[in-house]
Design a protein. Structure first.
Length: 84
């Protein structure tokens, strides 16, 4: 979705042209994005609609997920502009 992966001859799955130097941060973002997307789908369950506290926590986690991926989107746009 955000062009983080590069499948080829290299042994790593991340792109070679990363703006941020911490590769562990990218891996953390991938894992947490996957987990938080699952929690977001659980929030859509009709059984959780009456659990307001849990619904609030899941909504805050979704805000964190979107904020985290905002940096990846900015990076992809920056790299795309630099390649032009």
């Amino acid at each position: 979705e955000f062009q983080l992966f590069s499948f080829g001859k290299s042994k790593t799955i991340l792109r070679n042209d990363l703006v941020y130097s911490n590769k562990e941060g990218y891996k953390w973002a991938i894992v947490t994005n996957f987990i938080l997307r699952i929690t977001w789908t659980c929030k859509l369950s009709a059984q959780l609609r009456h659990m307001y506290g849990l619904s609030l926590v899941l909504s805050l986690l979704e805000i964190f997920r979107r904020f985290q991926w905002m940096f990846i989107r900015i990076e992809v746009a920056l790299l795309k502009d630099l390649r032009k």
